[in-house]
Design a protein. Structure first.
Length: 485
């Protein structure tokens, strides 16, 4: 166990977030594959706290349900009335106390709407708190423009924090300070519990402010310090959708930079978007206009894009995927997909297989070297190795009530414009004629022909469309043919 392991991390997520103008609670708005509060919980988990408590209030059942999905080990505390940040923290500590938890050590308090905050920054906050022997340590940041933020005022000699002064209350000299309060703190647990009992509500909002704890512990002779975040953008809070978009851009840049430094070529980072759960191997190339979402993994040497969206999919080593939408698909080693392919859940493309232009697949297993080159739908099917599916083929899997399965063997050659009416099996090495509607099983090595006989009605155009361009062209062709004879 780390010596700096926090006794608890408290995440404040009870607010409504009215400026989001949304029926969705603010902390559940998502960026890069996680909710705002999900990002904060993930960063907090990196500290391995003894207890992780999220304070919920507005839409608490919805937020609780979400938390149980993303981190079942999270505890929640309900702030029935939003009576300030101090009251929210006190609610969390009372929740722990009611279950017999006696906190001893460091309590870190974070905001549920700061998705760019990293576990490394929180770890440094805890380390500074312990090393300096502080009762409270503020996570601060030096920003280019501090307008509107609370300023961190320090003692010139010791560097200790003497006050946090809000912008409206600051003197001209204090407004020149660029170090600001992030709203993230590390506290000595016992001193925090004691100080919260002394926080007053005689302010314009009638609320319990967590920042009042700083003055209370200082008055009792304890030290208050600050740890400066390495990147001031980490502390950005989200209050509206403009800020949400900016945070998404910054986080996306961070994720792409990490990928590029690990050996991934991102041709145009400005038009490439990835989720936090996406993973890459070395020597992957990501072309412009590509979105990689969910638990997508791209193996070494693969190329994805341009203009592709892959969700919860895997791309094998050396595969090429272009102009493609894939959801829950597995693309094998050396496979070739696109352009304009749609791979739906359950698609499994084997090594060196192909799903070509305007091909849609769903719940389909395609063997090694098999090609579905163009203009086809393959649904609820198993296709063996080194088979070729002709253009404009449809696997007719739905009878209006139930889905049925089609099996095509290995080394088959199916003609263009085939309909495979499931359930049906095409044996290994079989052929099917173009234009066939296959409703019965085809034995291995057979040729299946399932179409009407062609008959030509001579002179039909001249009789039925006299004087038309077609009739004139046919007459000219006839004269030319007679002249050649």
């Amino acid at each position: 166990m780390s010596a700096n392991r926090p006794a608890a991390v408290v995440v404040l997520a009870a607010g409504e977030g009215t400026r989001m103008k949304s029926a969705t609670p603010k902390v559940l708005h998502a960026l890069c594959g996680r909710s705002l509060v999900g990002h904060v919980v993930a960063a907090s988990r990196e500290l391995d706290p003894e207890h992780l408590v999220v304070v919920v209030g507005h839409a608490r059942e919805q937020v609780r349900a979400h938390l149980s999905e993303v981190d079942p080990g999270v505890r929640t505390a309900v702030q029935h009335e939003q009576r300030g940040t101090g009251h929210a923290v006190r609610t969390a500590l009372e929740e722990l106390g009611d279950s017999g938890v006696v906190l001893d050590g460091t309590v870190i308090v974070v905001c549920g709407d700061t998705p760019l905050l990293t576990g490394e920054t929180l770890r440094r906050l805890g380390e500074t708190h312990a090393a300096d022997g502080n009762a409270v340590t503020v996570l601060s940041a030096e920003v280019p423009d501090a307008t509107g933020y609370g300023r961190i005022v320090r003692d010139a000699a010791s560097g200790a924090v003497t006050a946090i002064v809000e912008h409206k209350d600051a003197t001209d000299a204090q407004r020149a300070i660029r170090e600001i309060n992030s709203g993230v703190f590390a506290f000595d647990a016992r001193l925090l519990v004691d100080a919260l009992g002394k926080v007053r509500t005689d302010n314009s909002q009638g609320e319990e402010y967590l920042t009042d704890v700083l003055g209370i512990v200082r008055a009792a002779g304890h030290r208050v310090g600050a740890a400066v975040a390495a990147d001031h953008r980490e502390i950005l809070g989200i209050n509206n959708r403009v800020q949400l978009a900016e945070a998404r851009r910054l986080l996306n840049e961070r994720l792409l930079e990490r990928a590029m430094l690990a050996g991934v070529t991102v041709v145009d980072p400005a038009s490439t978007f990835v989720d936090v759960s996406v993973s890459f191997e070395q020597d992957v190339t990501v072309h412009p206009g590509t979105q990689l979402l969910g638990a997508t993994h791209v193996a070494s040497g693969a190329e994805v894009g341009p203009h592709s969206r892959l969700t919860d999919s895997s791309v094998g080593e050396g595969a090429v995927v272009s102009f493609t939408v894939a959801e829950g698909a597995r693309i094998g080693v050396g496979a070739n997909v696109g352009p304009y392919a749609y791979l739906r859940p359950g698609t499994d493309l084997g090594p060196r297989s192909k799903a070509g232009a305007y091909v849609e697949m769903k719940n389909a297993s395609v063997g090694e070297g098999t090609k579905v080159p163009h203009l086809s739908y393959v649904g609820d099917a198993t296709i063996g190795e080194f088979t070729n599916i002709g253009a404009a083929s449809v696997f007719v899997n739905y009878d209006g009530e139930a889905k049925h399965h089609t099996t095509v063997g290995s080394h088959c050659r199916t003609g263009s414009d085939n309909m495979f009416v499931a359930p049906v099996t095409i044996g290994d090495g079989a052929y099917t004629a173009a234009g066939s509607v296959i409703t019965k099983d085809v034995p291995p090595g057979s040729l299946a022909v399932a179409r009407g006989q062609q008959r030509n009605i001579e002179g039909w155009v001249a009789r039925k469309r006299p004087g038309s361009a077609a009739a004139q062209a046919a007459a000219a062709a006839r004269l030319e043919s007679e002249g050649e004879r």
